[in-house]
Design a protein around this ligand. Structure first.
Ligand SMILES: Nc1ncnc2c1ncn2[C@@H]1O[C@H](COP(=O)(O)OP(=O)(O)OP(=O)(O)O)[C@@H](O)[C@H]1O
Ligand SMILES: [Mg+2]
Length: 159
């Protein structure tokens, strides 16, 4: 039986500025391991809003969210931050890389912070994962930035 990695139950989201406005109405969905999913809809229908909820970045909503069987709704912010680092890889439209660190350091930062492996092991994982593209010194204005961000998203989690 496929493993359910994400379950949303009746998610509703309201914005209050400039007036009360309900963007998401009782959205329920389930995603199984290995499933590749795209969310489609016209501009302004609430795709980004939903993704912020599903990615645990926005905690101000009604309904319940479960990731790998764990109830995410109502979790303390510190535990949530740890859970995110351990389990969720983000690839944003804009890469949000830190210009004061090298591309390599940007990829390694979340894994170092997680401290599941020592630095040598993290470097080795990075080396194994990155043989198809070249590292540069700084991540600013690179065509490879999305690859840096993707590596960042996948290095720590190993799934
Ligand atoms: N912080 C906010 N405060 C008030 N209204 C907001 C806020 N963020 C988004 N909205 C409104 O919520 C609705 C959904 O926005 P959202 O950005 O989720 O749409 P989208 O489907 O991602 O659109 P696009 O395809 O243009 O990216 C829109 O009407 C938007 O104006
Ligand atoms: Mg959007």
């Amino acid at each position: 039986m496929p493993t359910e990695i994400l379950k949303a139950e009746r998610l509703s989201k309201f914005f209050y500025e400039p007036g009360k406005f309900q963007v998401l109405h009782d959205v329920s969905l389930s995603v199984t391991k290995g499933e590749f999913l795209a969310i489609m809809g016209k501009s302004g229908c609430g795709k980004s809003t939903l993704l912020y909820l599903l990615s645990t970045l926005d905690t101000d909503y009604e309904g319940d969210l479960f990731i790998m069987g764990k109830k995410i709704s109502g979790m303390e912010e510190d535990n949530l931050a740890k859970f995110r680092n351990e389990n969720i890889g983000f690839v944003f439209q804009f890469h949000y890389l830190l210009p004061e660190f090298s591309a390599r350091e940007n990829v390694m930062l979340p894994a170092l912070k997680l401290a599941r492996w020592d630095k040598k092991t993290i470097e080795k994982r990075l080396w194994n994962a990155s043989d198809r593209w070249e590292w540069r010194n700084s991540p600013q204005n690179h065509p490879e930035n999305s690859q840096v961000a993707s590596s960042n998203a996948s290095l720590s989690r190993g799934r």
